[in-house]
Design a protein around this ligand. Sequence first.
Ligand code: PLP
Length: 408
Amino acid sequence: MTAHLASETQRYLAQAEEFGAHNYHPLPIVVSEAFGAWVTDVDGKRYLDCLAAYSALNFGHAHPVLVDVAKAQLDRLTLTSRAFHNDRLGPFLEGLAKLAGKDMVLPMNTGAEAVESAIKVARAWGYRVKGVEHDRAKIIVANGNFHGRTTTIISFSDDPDARDDFGPYTPGFVSVPYGDAAALAAAIDDDTVAVLLEPIQGEAGIVVPPHGYLAEVRRLTLDAGVLFIADEIQSGLGRTGATFQCDNEGVIPDLYLLGKALGGGIVPVSAVVGDASVLGVLRPGEHGSTFGGNPLAAAVGLAVVGLLETGDYQRRARELGAGLRARLDALVGRGVVEVRSVGLWAGIDIAPGLASGRRVAELLAERGVLAKDTHGSTIRLAPPLVVEADELDWAVDQLEAVLADLRG
Ligand SMILES: *Cc1c(COP(=O)(O)O)cnc(C)c1O
């Protein structure tokens, strides 16, 4: 694909290759501008963004409300550290707690930090509230999970790329098959303090557990006196047609982990949201972050909460998602073996032997659609929720054409 790339793009790619660590393998597209669901590269070519930065751009690029709030805040106050209060943090904490129907919020920056924070909270809760013997706390996770990239988090990953050569690993985690409530029940014992799950496994390829699984997890954890931590960093904040994917399953976890779209695609903002009986275990000095809860992040985060309170984005995800699903289902047997989707979030398994997911993503990019492969043969589609129905239709037309070309 590199042979016919335009000159600006080639110059940039050589620079990134020489001076950047090679921990990513991006498609050779160099974006320089974006608005809504569309991005423009350095050579002026336009693409429909069907990845939305892994759902960090649920509200689209440069959402006018979010950009206005960020610009106004930049002129006023950007950082105080938590040594002092700032006048933006309180409103954000209250807004987000009420959106989630919980008592309180622990603000952090990246998704991985929210996960790490929840692990610490769950352990402290286990020792101080549940009465687990010191240093024995156990957290149950699921096979195929993705919760971030820190050393503790990759300790309970089963992806060799994420994990190999980064040990020694943090103990205290047990992994069970995803979607299997009986296996989870069997793994719970007196030392179990929490179950940590993605309500839908995003990086694994939009893996949707059987309906009723999350409700069963909730029942089991309540019965056993174990926390249920829902990592909604990718599934939450509108993507699945609800504020939280847990809403779709009628489930209320003890802790929500949020990130990605919480920063409106402008700044990294993450949070652990829960009740005082759990989050209240943290005492001054036990946890923190220099940038966590900074006024710029809080201002943008509060504006994001405001967008979600309208319900418009959740409704768009439901409506557009239904249309997308109908179009994708029609591709099964024509280069696609399986489609999984909830709201405006789809995983499309390309027929074995036809082409790799990477190749399909490259061919889509040539046709002006940005999407990302995962786990070899799956294409994931997660456009900004501001995308229009006809744009989405056009994107599926391009996928259809790519598959037709590959099938000859
Ligand atoms: C992206 C993601 C994370 C990690 O977020 P970062 O901001 O990249 O650290 C954690 N959990 C889930 C489910 C994610 O999709």
